[in-house]
Design a protein around this ligand. Structure first.
Ligand code: ATP
Ligand code: MG
Length: 582
């Protein structure tokens, strides 16, 4: 199957966003906020929008979340049950005298306790900090310390392995509540979560918050350097709802699966909050990636909307199409991806496997929600991130001292957004200077380079730090990687610029092969020939190296900075989020 320039969409589907231009022209965040806010005086709480209003209404007995354990055994929670569980945790916090604005961290797998504590903390007016359960002691210490967490909810097993050794260095951490996996004696200085929950009432009046009060803390993925702590407020829920309806097309009867872990912003904004605000039923899988398991879940759980990431899509591609064919997916209607550029090959894999394209969308921890997307009712141009969400003004700019110039179509510049949407971050933890530096001439600068075509589609070029400058040309690592992936042997590729005395920089590619292909000179030449044919000699890699595994962040992004540091023998920098390829 070759890659078409446009994948056209039938015009007549009842999608949430049917007419992009008209919706864009008439949309306002004020209207969207008024539609949501449940407290009469304009105050708001994310947990009210996600739980209370459903638990008090028609959806009370509808399934909110189905958890799948290791053996794919389901454990279901209705909206009413999830609210009751969250209320118990909110009461528990009140009993511990945790005050509004204090931080409650979670270090848990994707188990029910994670979801009930997140909502319980929000209900109590505390700030929620979800941490990824695979972090080791030092990254955990850094995050708990800088955020000043008062409470940590984790399991006895994770506590013993990772937290006990850093506990002394966390003077602000007053309470550690444990989910008991191992049983036995309770470690010193900890509390048994279940015992406290059993004693707590399942009735709780959710704290009405000001829209600008802090709700969530999230650390960035650490792809370009040391992870930054990003602050989000309760008003963000307005953007969570709007973006999930527009970009993910969430509708009443959908069964939705977001594969991201809540330790990353996608797993919170679209894996905890937005789906419940929209009142859908979601699937949470406690296990990690496994191609066969994932296809079984999509089929057996009747998933209708699936939100995943390029790294997973590439792993599915690597696993081959035979596995997909073991099931059928009559309910699956919309596929979306975020986190890294989605190569055209990835979009088309959706067509091959499910007869539906993947819809790429773009956003960052800082933006709190999806900003640019391919919509269900809009034609896709494979390789493009799509168009800005109604209510979001995006542009391609070039910085000039304290001002910016907006660039015409097809010129590459920095992707910038007009501040003011509700899920916009309100600061970096302990780094006001860095936060201020993001804003120039009335724009928020994203640090990503992109271009916009004449029809308003945005195309990702690379992170500002990763773009390669060779003989005066700007080369997009994304474009080179996408071309390398057109070769049938290539599973994924990471491309960097290597200093060169004549050209400035030359392109070097690292490729990971699909199973069944043998690294060697002949294959190297063949891949090089494909790249030259598609890209031209000036842009194609000068050198291709085979890698067993490319270094990736735990959120699944290729760490080009690490490929580069290793290539040049430079210090490797902060590796707290390195997953694999070490
Ligand atoms: P750090 O800021 O610590 O270096 P990070 O930028 O990877 O890490 P995130 O906030 O998780 O942290 O990721 C946002 C970034 O991911 C975006 O700025 C962009 O570079 C990349 N990204 C996300 N979605 C897409 C997409 N659809 N296409 C291209 N790039 C994307
Ligand atoms: Mg970033």
């Amino acid at each position: 199957m070759s890659i078409p320039a446009v994948i056209a969409k039938p015009p007549d589907r009842p999608h949430n966003l049917r007419d992009y231009e008209t919706t864009r022209a008439t949309f306002s965040w004020e209207d969207a906020a008024v539609r949501l806010m449940r407290f009469p005086d304009g105050r708001i709480n994310i947990a009210t929008e996600a739980l209370d209003r459903h638990a008090d209404g028609e959806r009370a007995q509808q399934r909110a979340i189905r958890f799948l354990d290791r053996n794919l055994r389901p454990r279901d929670f209705t909206y009413a049950q999830l609210r009751a569980a969250a209320n118990r945790f909110a009461n528990l916090l009140a009993g511990l005298e945790i005050r509004r604005g204090e931080r409650v961290a979670t270090l848990l797998g994707r188990i029910p306790e994670l979801y009930m504590t997140a909502f319980g903390a929000l209900k109590a007016g505390a700030v929620c900090l979800p941490l990824f359960s695979a972090f080791g002691p030092e990254p955990l210490h850094a995050r708990l310390d800088i955020s000043g967490a008062r409470v940590l909810v984790t399991t006895d097993r994770l506590y013993k392995r990772k937290v006990a050794v850093i506990r002394e260095r966390l003077p602000q951490l007053r309470y550690v509540l444990l989910v008991r996996e191992d049983g036995g004696d309770l470690p010193a200085n900890t509390l048994d979560l279940q015992t406290l929950l059993d004693r707590a009432s399942e009735h709780f009046a959710t704290t009405p918050m000001q829209g600008e009060e802090l709700a969530l803390l999230h650390f960035t993925s650490g792809t370009t350097g040391k992870p930054k702590g990003v602050m989000h407020v309760h008003a963000a829920v307005v953007a969570h709802e709007v973006t999930a309806r527009f970009a993910l097309d969430l509708q009443d009867d959908d069964i939705y699966w977001c594969t991201a872990d809540p330790g990353w912003v996608t797993g919170t904004s679209y894996g905890i909050i937005a789906p419940l605000v929209c009142g859908v039923s979601m699937i949470v899988d406690e296990e990690e990636f496994d191609a066969e398991r994932w296809y079984a879940i999509l089929a057996n759980e009747n998933v209708s909307i699936w939100y995943t990431a390029p790294t997973a899509i590439r792993m599915l591609m690597k696993a081959g199409l035979d596995l997909v064919r073991k099931h059928s997916y009559p309910k699956l209607r919309f596929l979306a991806s975020v986190g890294e550029p989605l190569n055209p090959e990835g979009v088309m894999f959706g067509m091959r496997a499910f007869d539906k394209p993947f819809h790429d969308n773009w956003w960052q921890t800082e933006t709190g929600g999806i900003m640019i997307a391919n919509y269900a009712a809009m034609d896709i141009r494979p390789g493009s991130m799509g168009k800005p969400i109604p209510g979001i003004e995006a542009s391609i700019i070039r910085k000039r001292d304290d001002t910016v110039d907006e660039l015409p179509p097809n010129e590459v510049g920095e992707l910038a957004l007009k501040p003011g949407w509700p899920s916009m971050f309100r600061g970096y933890l302990n780094d006001e200077a860095r936060y201020k530096k993001c804003f120039v001439g009335g724009w928020y600068l994203t640090g990503d380079l992109a271009r916009r075509d004449a029809d308003g589609y945005f195309w990702f070029v690379g992170r500002a730090d990763d773009v390669i400058k060779s003989s005066g040309h700007l080369i997009s690592p994304f474009e080179v990687e996408s071309s390398l992936m057109m070769h049938p042997a290539v599973a994924q590729a990471g491309v960097i610029g290597v200093p060169d005395p004549i050209m400035g920089e030359v392109v070097k590619a690292f490729v990971e092969l699909k199973p069944g292909f043998e690294a060697g000179e002949a294959l190297n030449k063949a891949i090089m020939a494909t790249a030259r044919k598609l890209l031209g000699v000036a842009v194609a890699p000068r050198e291709i190296a085979f890698a067993t595994e490319l270094p990736r962040t735990r959120s699944g992004k290729i760490m080009r900075r690490l490929l580069k540091a290793r290539e040049l023998g430079l210090p490797e920098g902060d590796l707290s989020t390195l997953e694999s390829g070490a």
